[in-house]
Design a protein around this ligand. Structure first.
Ligand code: RP5
Length: 181
């Protein structure tokens, strides 16, 4: 099968086809300023051929849109939501409060508090409403976690992830060899 290219450049251009008509994953973010952090999640889903949609939903600036998005997500066919936000990062938690789907939170680093504010806002969820939180600015891991969640129900996906991990391992072992020389 096709080799995963983890170093392909990330290019966001209008019309680059981010929204599949039948997405399994929703990638949402509080602002277009979060896009550079969230695009690696989209790249990962591209690589694993998982259909997704990508859009802006702001917990604070577009609260009605947030409710509509979260409440309709599962009936629209979404199976996992990746939500990135910075600062008072309420988006992932509020989405998780309004859907039974798994939600992955991406803390986005802002200009003043180094993303620790976002991390704490996302990771400190109350008992009963979980958000799977990845590292600050790690949209890529959010994409990979979404693939792993979906692999429970999609044939071939676990094998594809195995292959991806083996490629990473080979790359690191190759560097070990280079350093020996
Ligand atoms: C959050 O505020 C967004 O998720 C973003 O990370 C941060 C700053 O947003 P902008 O002022 O850049 O639109 O809601």
């Amino acid at each position: 099968s096709e080799e995963v290219d983890r170093y392909a450049p990330i290019v966001a251009t209008p019309g680059s086809g981010f929204s599949d008509p039948n997405p399994l994953v929703g990638i949402i973010m509080g602002s277009d300023s979060d896009l550079p952090v969230m695009l690696p999640a989209a790249r990962v889903l591209d690589q694993f051929k998982i259909p997704y949609e990508l859009t802006i939903v702001s917990a604070h600036r577009t609260p009605d849109r947030l409710v509509d998005y979260a409440r309709s997500a599962s009936t629209r066919g979404l199976r996992t939501i990746i939500a990135g936000a910075g600062g008072a990062a309420h988006l992932p938690g509020m989405v998780a409060a309004m859907t039974a789907l798994p939600v992955i939170g991406v803390p986005v680093k802002g200009s003043t508090l180094d993303g620790v504010d976002s991390l704490h806002s996302i990771v400190q969820m109350p008992r009963g409403i979980p958000v799977a939180t990845v590292a600050i600015n790690n949209g890529m891991n959010a994409g990979l976690l979404a693939v792993r969640i979906l692999s429970a129900g999609i044939p071939g996906l676990i094998e594809a992830m195995d292959q991806y991990m083996k490629a990473m391992e080979a790359e690191v072992l190759g560097k070990v060899e280079i350093l020996k020389e």
